[in-house]
Write a protein that binds this ligand. Structure first.
Ligand SMILES: [Fe+2]
Length: 179
C-alpha cells in the first residue's frame, strides 16, 4: 500500500488552506461597495475587505471547502460584511465554523425574518438550506470562518439584492449598534 501526503493542508487558527488546487480571491472595497448602507469617502477603492480560499475536487456531487477572512474595516461606521446569499437550491445546507476573531452570522428566511448567531473561535453553525447567510466582523481583528457545502447548492445573490437583510450592524465609539 502506498502512503502519500495529504493533498491539502490547513493550519486552522493561524494559516490558510494550502494545496495545488486551492483558489483564492480578494474582494476590494470597489467590488463590494454596493453591499454597505452608505459610501465611505475615506476608504480607498483598493482597500481589501475580505479574502476567500477554497478548493473544488470537481464532479457534480462534490463538497466544497472554504475559508473566509473578513478584515476589521468599517464603512461609514458599518461593520465589514460578506455580500450574503441564499443557495440556489433552497434544500442545500452549509456548515460554517469560527476559526478566529469575533462576529455575527446573520440568517434570513424567504419572508425576511432574520436572526443572528455569535461567531468566534470554535463556534460551529449549521445553516439550513432555507436561510440566506451573511457574515459580519464585529471585532477588532480578522474574522476567520471555515465552510463546507455541496457545489450543487449554488449561489443566489440576486435575491439579497432585491430583498436585503433588514438589519445593519455598526460600531459606534467601540460599541456594537444594530439598526
Ligand atoms: Fe452558502
Amino acid at each position: 500500500m502506498k502512503i502519500i501526503e495529504a493533498k491539502y493542508n490547513q493550519d486552522f487558527f493561524n494559516g490558510v488552506i494550502e494545496g495545488e488546487n486551492v483558489k483564492s480571491y480578494r474582494k476590494l472595497y470597489k467590488d463590494i461597495a454596493f453591499a454597505y448602507n452608505s459610501k465611505d469617502e475615506n476608504l480607498s477603492d483598493d482597500t481589501e475587505m475580505y479574502r476567500v480560499y477554497s478548493f473544488d475536487e470537481g464532479g457534480d456531487n462534490t463538497i466544497l471547502w472554504g475559508l473566509t477572512i473578513l478584515h476589521p474595516v468599517t464603512v461609514s461606521g458599518e461593520c465589514n460584511l460578506t455580500r450574503g446569499h441564499f443557495h440556489q437550491d433552497r434544500t442545500e445546507p452549509e456548515i460554517y465554523f469560527g476559526l478566529g476573531g469575533e462576529g455575527l452570522l446573520l440568517y434570513m428566511d424567504s419572508k425576511g425574518e432574520c436572526f443572528a448567531q455569535k461567531v468566534a473561535k470554535g463556534s460551529v453553525h449549521y445553516i439550513h438550506g432555507e436561510y440566506a447567510h451573511r457574515l459580519v466582523n464585529t471585532g477588532n481583528e480578522d474574522l476567520k470562518v471555515g465552510a463546507a457545502w455541496r457545489k450543487a447548492a449554488g449561489h443566489d445573490y440576486e435575491a439579497i439584492e432585491k430583498n436585503n437583510f433588514p438589519y445593519r450592524i455598526y460600531k459606534i465609539d467601540g460599541n456594537i449598534v444594530i439598526k
